[in-house]
Design a binder for this molecule. Structure first.
Ligand SMILES: Nc1nc2c(c(=O)[nH]1)N[C@H]1C(S)=C(S)[C@@H](COP(=O)(O)OP(=O)(O)OC[C@H]3O[C@@H](n4cnc5c(N)ncnc54)[C@H](O)[C@@H]3O)O[C@H]1N2
Ligand code: MOO
Length: 394
């Protein structure tokens, strides 16, 4: 059994990105950038006003000054002529400053009467001018490969004047949920021997959150022959096959054996973590195979800790970007575990992280409230600081 950091390092050493493709800007959300994005235009393209008011020469400014209004400047419309001494231009936010102007005074501090503007109030120290290229200059590198194109990065991408972009290919994922007891949600109530199959739905949602596509959702009984057929089917259509359940040592735990004919090579099997000790990762026919323990809490924790980074790295994201641990204050003590590194499901209150009362790996109800995973290492294994906990958005 290896420890968590070793397992993650093994994974990081072995994952190679899948390659890239071009997508339109409107389809780029959630994708991972696969090229340098340089600005095709400067922002702003020339000096513009930051306020609605009057553009003028600072040398002409002063409370009581009267200036001749020499035209209007609107965003996107033709520039008014250059200013001469004693002149100003009516200007609006985002509009270009005419040559000669170097300052804008907000209209709240001015009074206009026909063609004359009088500065009537103290207008403060702000010049209210956004200089050419003060945000970025044409040619500047705005976004680097590996960047997740979230809603904010999409603004920078479009602001660079890009209509299409190279992004990483999405990993294609097939999920096989094993277990004779499982029934599709909505149908379990009809048979006392059945329980709703919940895990594959959570795992599929997580896969989509981390950029994968779900190619197939296969339900498997605990019959080895059937499971072998499902393994074949899944390997034929996916880059990543996720098997839930059957990871342990029970008589019908076939999650690994079902891939035996496809020469499964294990990267690791069993990690010293709680929950999720039976998690395993391997390669079969050039595909990744991830075995998640069947207990719903264990499955979701191990999906977050191993499957999410795998999907991220297949798309060229650094592992630290997917597992971005942040130090957060704790509202109460989190016990130091014995033996295995423990990932405590927690909520965040105004006074800090609070562990959820039920930490049983089979519990599903707490998953509705678990927003954070708090890492706790056994004494002597890693540094401890009880005021702040290392937490991961879950
Ligand atoms: N003798 C030992 N027994 C167990 C060990 C061990 O080391 N020695 N490890 C325990 C740990 S830790 C875990 S975690 C579980 C994991 O077992 P499996 O991966 O084989 O999971 P199953 O037995 O198939 O299921 C466990 C549990 O979860 C329910 N389940 C399974 N799949 C789903 C699903 N898709 N949706 C909802 N619920 C699911 C299943 O009904 C079981 O109740 O093994 C321990 N045993
Ligand atoms: O370690 Mo298992 O994943 O708790 O129940």
């Amino acid at each position: 059994m290896i420890d968590f950091d070793e397992a993650l390092a093994l994974l990081a050493d072995n994952v190679r990105p899948l390659g890239c493709e071009q997508v339109e800007l409107v389809a780029a959300h959630g994708r991972v950038l696969a090229e340098d994005v340089h600005a095709a235009v400067s922002s702003p393209r020339r000096a513009v006003s930051a306020m609605d008011g009057f553009a003028l020469r600072d040398a002409d400014a002063g409370v009581g000054a009267r200036l001749r209004i020499n035209g209007k400047s609107f965003p996107g419309s033709v520039l008014p002529p250059a200013l001469s001494a004693g002149e100003c231009v009516r200007i609006f936010t985002g509009a270009a400053l005419p040559d000669g102007a170097d300052r804008v005074i907000m209209q709240e501090n001015c009074a206009a009467d026909g063609a004359v503007m009088t500065i009537v109030d103290a207008y403060g120290p702000g010049w209210h001018v956004r200089h050419a290229a003060s945000d970025f200059a044409e040619g500047d590198l705005l976004l680097k490969p590996g960047t997740l194109l979230d809603p904010r990065a999409i603004v920078a991408l479009a602001g660079a004047d890009r209509a299409a972009v190279q992004v990483a290919k999405r990993p294609r994922v097939a999920i096989i949920a094993t277990g004779d007891e499982l029934a599709p949600p909505g149908s379990a109530r009809d048979n006392v021997l059945k329980i709703p199959e919940s895990v594959s739905f959570g795992v599929a949602a997580l896969v989509e959150e981390y950029g994968g596509t779900i190619e197939a959702r296969l339900g498997g009984s605990d019959d080895l022959l059937t499971l072998r057929q499902l393994a074949d089917k899944a390997l034929a259509i996916a880059n990543v096959v996720v098997v839930t359940g059957g990871a342990s040592v029970g008589e019908r735990d076939f999650a690994k054996v079902m891939f035996a004919e496809q020469e499964l090579e294990l990267l690791f099997s069993k990690v010293a973590i709680k929950p999720g000790k039976p998690v395993w990762v391997g390669r079969s026919q050039g595909r990744w195979v991830v075995g998640l323990p069947g207990n719903p809490g264990s499955a979701m924790v191990t999906a977050r800790l191993f499957l999410a980074p795998l999907l991220g790295m297949l798309q060229g994201r650094p592992v630290e970007d997917v597992l971005d641990w942040v130090p957060l204050p704790a509202a109460q003590a989190f016990p130091i575990p014995e033996g295995r590194t423990t990932f405590v499901r927690a909520a965040l209150s105004k006074s800090g992280l609070v562990p959820l009362a039920n930490q049983d790996s089979s519990a599903q109800a707490p998953l509705g409230k678990a927003r954070w995973l708090v890492r706790r290492d056994p004494a002597g294994k890693a540094s401890h600081c009880d005021e702040r906990m290392l937490a991961l958005a879950f």
